[in-house]
Design a protein around this ligand. Structure first.
Ligand code: AMP
Length: 218
């Protein structure tokens, strides 16, 4: 199954992608995670992306398009992919269509996580990310066993640079101005299905699984 997860920051796309990828063996491709890793490793992509990311802006299209096009060609994409955080504008969506056509694939489904701004803001402001392994927690909804410490690797949990109130506002307005139009784009193509991003992790997972069954993806 080749799927795009679409929705505002804080909709729970990354959390669901992790669960879905474990459950169904599809590859989770998160452009945000790939860029954060590039920043951490100090690569040239990371150096070019850092300021945009810290400011809550989109990084230049060519950087992410190349990253995704290369990733979906690799051998571990046997059972398909879940794109999380890509595409984020029309140029990226068109480039994705072209890249998929070139390799004889297409999108089975675009899952739109319809989420209220209040829920997004509450999730992002309470999110804590591990500085070592990147795992996410939430101070109320998904607290770590020991405050400030990652359950998985013992790393420190911090508020991400771009989860501060000012940058969250910026990211939500970038979403409205650049990404939201993709809902219409995929609706017209007939691939869009909507779920509520306001639901908690388990309820949303159950809904998505039901939808996969309806769509005969399982
Ligand atoms: P995310 O973790 O998906 O919220 O992404 C974090 C940041 O990475 C975004 O605010 C952007 O600066 C950058 N980013 C991630 N994906 C993309 C994309 N598809 N296009 C441009 N910038 C992106």
């Amino acid at each position: 199954m080749n799927i795009v997860l679409l929705g505002p920051p804080g909709a729970g796309k990354g959390t669901q992608a992790k669960v879905l990828s474990q459950e169904f063996g599809v590859l989770h491709v998160s452009t945000g995670d790939m860029l954060r890793d590039a920043v951490k490793r100090g690569t040239s992509v990371g150096k070019s992306a850092k300021t945009y990311m810290d400011n809550g802006e989109l990084v230049p299209d060519d950087l992410v398009i190349n990253m995704v096009s290369e990733r979906i060609l690799q051998k571990d994409v046997k059972r398909g992919f879940l794109l999380d955080g890509f595409p984020r504008n029309k140029t990226q969506a068109l480039e994705l269509d072209d890249a998929l056509t070139r390799i004889g694939k297409s999108l089975d489904l675009v899952l739109y996580f319809k989420t209220s701004p209040e829920v997004s803001i509450e999730r992002l402001s309470g999110r804590r990310a591990c500085t070592e392994c990147g795992a996410n927690f939430h101070i109320r909804n998904m607290p770590p066993r020991k405050e400030g410490i990652c359950d998985h690797c013992g790393g420190s949990l911090v508020l991400r640079n771009d989860d501060t109130p000012e940058t969250v506002k910026r990211r939500l307005s970038v979403y409205e101005n650049e990404t939201e139009s993709l809902i219409e784009y995929y609706k017209q193509k007939g691939t869009l299905r909507e779920v509520s991003g306001n639901l908690d992790v388990k309820k949303l997972f159950t809904k998505i699984k039901g939808l996969f069954l309806e769509e005969r993806l399982l």
